[in-house]
Design a protein around this ligand. Structure first.
Ligand SMILES: NC(=O)CCC(=O)C(=O)O
Length: 259
């Protein structure tokens, strides 16, 4: 599975400009014949939460139209990070995934809302998990702060996910947490982690990238990139079963002791 991760800047409260940037990035990444393109969190508006009524994507339609069109034209899967959406009962932080045929195969609303960035004041939390298939490989997706809840990743890998996609707007101030938690999630769940963070700044935070792609043994395939750009790598999915055979963590779990 060839992956392109888009470590982009996000223009605060300017969805038109961000849509245009994302379109350019997807076109550029698609030229490299990749299987999956991955975007960061809330790339349409950034954390302009006070203006969501005016800015959020109505039912995610604009986002779904864009990624569906580009996925079909370029025959590429797109894990479209997340965008702010306006639905019937309020606002959400929503991830959409399009397959090579341009079909939207999954959507996910961020389950754990991050109080330090005021998400709980403006957004509704999601109520379901997010497992989907890309080219026959079971994958899972969650968003940024969800990473701090190990049981959430484990629930996805127990459902068969071999690759976890994690878009983020994770500030520079806590970037060490990001790196350590991502590597731990990969090692403990013996899965690939594909985690995309933004760069740049908004009125409250600075962001320094460090998007990471980590193999099931904990090897770092992409890490420590702080500049804006697209980064590429390839996942050897067979590593998941090899690592799980070598250290049979899933067989050795003591579920009888956990509840
Ligand atoms: N956008 C987010 O969910 C940020 C999470 C974060 O910064 C953290 O420390 O957790």
């Amino acid at each position: 599975m060839k992956i392109a991760i888009v470590q982009m800047d996000i223009i605060f409260g300017e969805p038109e400009k961000n849509f245009a940037h994302v379109e350019q990035y997807i076109k550029e990444a698609a030229k490299e014949n990749v299987d999956v393109i991955v975007l960061p969190e809330m790339w349409n508006t950034g954390y302009a939460l006070e203006r969501l009524d005016e800015l959020a994507d109505q039912n995610g339609e604009k986002t779904q139209d864009l990624i569906s069109r580009l996925a079909q034209v370029h025959q590429v899967n797109i894990v479209a990070g997340s965008v702010s959406t306006k639905k019937e009962d309020g606002f959400y932080n929503t991830m959409y995934i399009a397959n090579r045929n341009g079909e939207i195969i999954a959507d996910y609303d961020k389950a754990h809302l991050f109080k330090l960035m005021d998400e709980h004041k403006y957004l509704n939390p999601g109520q379901k998990m997010n497992v989907f298939e890309i080219d026959g490989i079971k994958c899972g997706g969650m968003i940024c702060y969800d990473l701090r809840f190990p049981e959430w990743t484990r629930k996805h890998t127990l459902s068969g996910a071999q690759v976890m996609f994690i878009p983020a707007e994770w500030p520079k101030a806590r970037i060490d947490h990001w790196k350590i938690l991502l590597q731990a999630r990969a090692i403990e769940n013996q899965c690939f982690i594909v985690a995309v963070n933004r760069v740049g700044a908004d009125p409250n935070n600075a962001f320094n990238g460090h998007s990471m792609v980590i193999a099931p043994w904990g090897d770092l395939l992409i890490c420590n990139k702080t500049e804006e750009g697209i980064f590429y790598t390839e996942l050897d999915i067979n590593q998941v079963s090899r690592v799980r055979k070598e250290i049979p963590v899933y067989e050795d779990r003591r579920v009888d002791l956990y509840n």
